[in-house]
Each structure stands twice: as C-alpha cells, then as structure tokens.
Design a protein around this ligand. Structure first.
Ligand code: HEM
Length: 152
C-alpha cells in the first residue's frame, strides 16, 4: 500500500464521539477559529484588567496567560491570522505580562490601553472595522477578584 492509499483509508475511518460517527477530517474541521476564540478573549481581557486593578496579581497573571494560549491556538487553527496574532503577542502582550510580573499597575495600565488600541487596529486591518473592543466600566460580576487571604 503506498502513502496515498494509506491516507485514503485513514480518511475513510470514522470514530464514535458518544453522539455520532466522526472522521479525522470532521475533527479537524470543528477546531475553533477566531469567531469562537475572540469572544472568550474579550471576556478574559475584562477580567484581566479588573484583577490587576484590584492588585490580584495571580489572577491577572492567569488571565494574561490564558489569552496568550487562546491566541496561539487561533494562530494554529487559522494560519492566515498567524503572523498578526504572533506579532501582537510579541509587541503588546509580552510588555503587559512583564508589568504583571513586576506587580506594577501604572506600567500594566499603559501596556493594557496600548494593547487594546492595537487589537482594534488589527480588527480594522482584518476587514472588521466594526469590531471595536472596549473595557466595560465595571468589574465582571461572576468572579471575586479581590486578592485571596492566606489560610491559617
Ligand atoms: C486583547 C486583544 C483582543 C481583544 C480583546 C479582542 C476582542 C475581540 C472580540 C470580543 C471579538 C468578537 C466580537 C463578536 O463577534 O462578538 C473579536 C473578533 C475578531 N478579532 Fe479580536 N481581539 C483582540 C485581538 C485581536 C488580534 C491581535 C487580532 C489579529 C488577527 C484579532 C482578530 C480578530 C478577528 C479576525 C475577529 C473576527 C472573528 C470572526 O468572527 O471571524 N483580534 N475580537
């Protein structure tokens, strides 16, 4: 059997997901693109800002890391956005994460607003000028962002 035949046979295999049969190509096709990743990035960016504002640095560190992971995932699933996403992470997200490491809110806030302006410029560049992310005026209601007190 040559490689082409092997590939055809692999494509013909299906696996039971617990709900339906799926091929490897089906699994590949349902991986999330930016339409699914970006709304989560927006939610986490909101949490990130108010965590830093409350000086809850472990939470700010966690949200910034999750956002980086989501953008890296988007760069992988949607190669046409890879260059822009990696450039954004390098130019805007790395300085923001440095400010979190130093627990420096003034530096964080400056880096945050630069990153949001850059994100909206990327939306424009990607033919979506109508997507303008803005920081909500109040902290997210679903998380207690105050720093944890040490137990015991
Ligand atoms: C922290 C930075 C960013 C935030 C907070 C953010 C936020 C968002 C949000 C909330 C949406 C979805 C709007 C909706 O449908 O409700 C969106 C869509 C989008 N964003 Fe971002 N974004 C960021 C950075 C970027 C960067 C760097 C790029 C560069 C490629 C980008 C490209 C896109 C694209 C292409 C869409 C449209 C996705 C689609 O529906 O097909 N974003 N963004």
């Amino acid at each position: 059997m040559d490689n082409d035949e092997l590939l055809e046979r692999l494509k013909a295999f299906t696996f039971w997901s617990g709900h339906r049969e799926m091929s490897i190509e089906d699994l590949a096709a349902i991986q999330p693109g930016l339409g699914r990743l970006m709304p989560e990035i927006g939610q986490r960016t909101w949490k990130l800002y108010y965590a830093a504002k409350a000086h809850n640095w472990p939470m700010a560190h966690f949200q910034a890391k999750e956002i980086r992971g989501l953008m890296e995932l988007g760069a992988f699933t949607r190669p046409k956005h890879e260059a822009a996403l990696l450039e954004f992470l390098d130019q805007y997200w790395t300085p923001l994460q440095e400010a979190i490491k130093k627990e420096d809110f003034a530096a964080f806030e400056a880096a945050f607003h630069k990153a949001v302006d850059a994100a909206n410029a990327y939306h424009e560049l990607k033919d979506k000028p109508y997507i303008v992310w803005k920081l909500p005026e109040n902290p997210p209601p679903d998380l207690d962002l105050s720093p944890r007190k040490k137990q015991g």
